[in-house]
Design a protein around this ligand. Structure first.
Ligand SMILES: [Zn+2]
Ligand SMILES: [Zn+2]
Length: 378
């Protein structure tokens, strides 16, 4: 079928993106679904910081490619052998989707699956096929096995999680990346205990979800840290007990004072190396630094060996919330429906394809929490 999609031909174009247009909005062809694949009508797709890092060229991707790795929609057709989903089902589309039978998948860590990582590096679905084509018939790659900056997507069912139709689809879209990453960092990766002191550096969609989840986990102090104090009101609304301006030269001391010597868990969400250094500086002896934000592939983080050992410090990586989307998303949806994970507060604005490139300027400035692309209605 013919459909509209946002195609990236080149990474690393200069900002402002409203001018350089890293995403070209054009008609492309979508085939399928083949055996073991599902056709989804995309009803919402989030703009995430890791999309921005692909725009910036920090992580190389096969080009041309249709962007977008966090979305939701309605199943329209299932290929042969797909029994778990049917046309009409509402689904969240998750970037984490393991092969299901390798060592890491069997250990409940599909985000670390090497088989899927390899197919994605080739711009293919995990089924080994490509269903996208340029209008001229040329090769067009899938991004993260999803490619939701498009009106429709053919994906493997392992990327899909059925959601209660009571969840609006523009909200359901957030569960695929922002919510699993932020909530999973708290519940799965760090397993935050009641009464803990927590800091969250970077108050975008993932960071604010982490704050909501820390509150749900019973953290006693939750300190939101960002370079934009304009975000502090929202952070406090969703659970932050205190907020600190990261640009303040006294920021580290402020956190130490608030926590009698440091937090038990410092979550670094922004992907910025200086923020990771700050996370280490505000963590108490015996505490954990949890890296969530995806940085440059060339960035190297120094750890003082003596203090790491003698102070029993933990440095933990948390990729996509260490999530198993099929297990975690239904739990988070349930918390949302009961008002305990108010992720609707993350949605900043709806945009159409024509505002997509400008949306990345807004994201880069830090002035948008989660913009949602509506591929059909705007
Ligand atoms: Zn993301
Ligand atoms: Zn696997």
């Amino acid at each position: 079928m013919k459909m509209t999609a946002a195609v990236m031909y080149k990474q690393g174009l200069p900002a402002p993106y409203a001018d350089s247009q890293p995403f070209r909005i054009e008609d492309v062809e979508l085939d399928g679904p083949g055996p073991g694949e599902v056709l989804v009508e995309v009803r919402g797709a989030g703009l995430c910081h890791s999309d921005l890092s692909v725009v910036e060229g920090l992580r190389k991707r096969p080009l041309p490619i249709v962007g977008g790795h966090e979305g939701a929609g309605i199943v329209r057709e299932v290929g042969a052998g797909v029994n778990e989903l049917a046309p009409g089902d509402h689904v969240a589309m998750a970037a984490v989707a393991g092969c299901g039978h390798c060592r890491t998948c069997l250990a409940g860590r599909p985000g670390l699956c090497q088989a899927v990582t390899a197919s994605r590096a080739e711009g293919m679905l995990s089924t080994g096929s490509r269903r996208l084509r340029l209008a001229n018939g040329g090769r067009l790659n899938h991004y993260s096995g999803i490619s939701v900056y498009a009106q429709y997507a053919v994906v493997a069912p392992s990327s899909l999680v059925k959601v209660d139709p009571a969840v609006p689809l523009d909200i359901a879209a957030l569960f695929g990346c922002a919510v699993v990453t932020g909530a999973g960092a708290i519940f799965n990766s760090a397993k935050v205990r009641p009464g803990s002191f927590v800091a969250v550096i970077g108050l975008g969609g993932v960071g604010l979800t982490a704050i909501m989840a820390a509150r749900e986990a019973g953290a006693e102090k939750i300190i939101g840290i960002d370079v934009l104090p304009a975000k502090f009101d929202l952070a406090k609304t969703v659970g932050a007990t205190d907020c600190v301006d990261a640009r303040d030269p006294q920021a580290v001391q402020q956190v130490l004072d608030l926590t009698y010597g440091g937090v038990d868990y410092a979550f670094e969400i922004s992907g910025n190396l200086n923020a990771l250094i700050m996370a280490q500086a505000i963590t108490v002896r015996g505490g954990e630094v949890v890296g969530v934000g995806i940085g440059k592939s060339s960035a190297v983080f120094d750890v003082a060996q003596l203090s790491w050992v003698c102070e029993e410090r933990v440095l933990r990586g948390s990729f996509m919330g260490s999530s198993v989307p099929q297990v975690d998303i239904p739990k988070y949806v349930d918390l949302y429906l009961r008002g305990r994970l108010p992720v609707e507060k993350l949605r900043s604005e709806h945009i159409g394809f024509q505002q997509l490139n400008r949306g990345f300027d807004l994201l880069a400035s830090g002035n948008a929490i989660r913009q949602i692309l509506l591929p059909h209605s705007l």
